[in-house]
Design a protein around this ligand. Structure first.
Ligand code: COA
Length: 285
């Protein structure tokens, strides 16, 4: 079902959304949903060629105003400049989506020092940098912040220590910003997508020998997510429908976090680190 069949077309009319990571995947969908409901958008990413193509696509398909700015969320000076350009072009920022993120599978012992730091810098420090740079404008507009999170750290997830630590930090920051910025009428919430079938992340993070159908069967709602599911949550959190909601982290994961078992199997070497066959044990006795 299209978002327009659930939400009115004009619920974000006149609003300006600033979306890091808005050129691809889930965050592109979040941007498109806000554009379809009356907003203008600025999309931020490091690679301008890909970003500019995405912006052109959105302008053509939706007929809305979109500005693409190449910036690295890890660099405060890049983000401060992007905010200045946004104010020059659109004069305001009403909705901030912190979506820029990096992730891949790696065991702790093979993860390099730099790799761990890179993911913390993009996800967590990037969220801090961007939120801080947007704050004066969000204060003026009584705006909203949506931090894109993950459910990895609710229990523990194999081979994603970097993303787990980063997103746990993002969730803490969501609550801290909601507490401190509430009196300015800035609402700050998180949205936590579960496995979303159409994304690069899903392909990168799923085990090769487990099909989408297998993963669906392990989900309480018996399906993997669609980008559209996160679009609905975005429209709820960005609009007045959630005007008394702040500091919450909205799980949109089909019940995935309720399951106690990781999708990834342990490798044989971890399960059987030594030979404990009856013959060997018996010989020791
Ligand atoms: N496995 C293990 N280490 C990895 C890795 C992987 N798949 N990808 C990157 N790294 C390591 C690099 O080896 C490097 O460490 P080193 O210098 O010690 O070797 C460190 O992470 C930084 O990598 P680099 O590629 O220089 O950083 P980057 O800032 O350009 O990009 C990512 C890092 C994670 C964002 C990059 O892999 C990326 O662009 N991914 C696509 C976006 C993405 O993954 N989105 C989320 C989908 S869930």
């Amino acid at each position: 079902m299209a978002t327009e069949q659930i939400f009115k077309n004009n619920i974000l009319k006149g609003k300006v959304a600033f979306v890091t990571g808005g050129g691809s995947g889930i965050c592109k969908g979040m941007t498109e949903a806000m554009l379809r409901h009356g907003a203008k958008a600025v999309i931020i990413s490091r690679r301008f060629d890909k970003l500019d193509k995405a912006a052109e696509e959105m302008r053509k398909e939706i007929g809305a105003e979109v500005l693409a700015i190449a910036a690295d969320v890890r660099k405060p000076e890049d983000i401060i400049k992007a905010v200045e350009l946004t104010i020059e072009k659109f004069g305001r920022i009403d909705i901030l989506v912190n979506g820029a993120a990096g992730n891949f599978l790696s065991a702790i012992e093979t993860l390099s020092y730099r790799a761990f730091r890179t993911v913390i810098e993009i996800d967590l420090i990037g969220t801090f940098n961007t939120s801080k740079a947007c704050f004066p404008h969000l204060k003026k507009s009584k705006g909203v912040v949506i931090n894109v999170s993950a459910n990895l750290h609710y229990q523990a997830t194999l081979y994603q220590s970097h993303a787990m630590a980063a997103k746990a930090g993002v969730d803490a920051l969501t609550r801290a910003m909601a507490l401190e910025w509430g009196p300015h009428q800035i609402r700050v919430n998180g949205v936590t997508p579960g496995p979303i079938g159409e994304t690069v992340g899903f392909a990168k993070l799923s085990p090769v020998d487990v099909s989408k159908e297998d993963i669906s069967r392990r989900m309480p709602l018996q399906r993997v997510g669609k980008i559209r599911d996160i679009e609905y949550a975005t429209l709820y959190l960005a609009s007045d429908a959630s005007s008394f909601v702040t500091g919450t982290i909205l799980l949109v994961d089909g019940g995935d976090a309720l399951r106690k078992h990781s999708i990834l199997p342990y490798p044989e070497s971890v399960l059987n680190p030594f030979d404990s066959s009856p013959k060997k044990v018996g010989a020791k006795l």
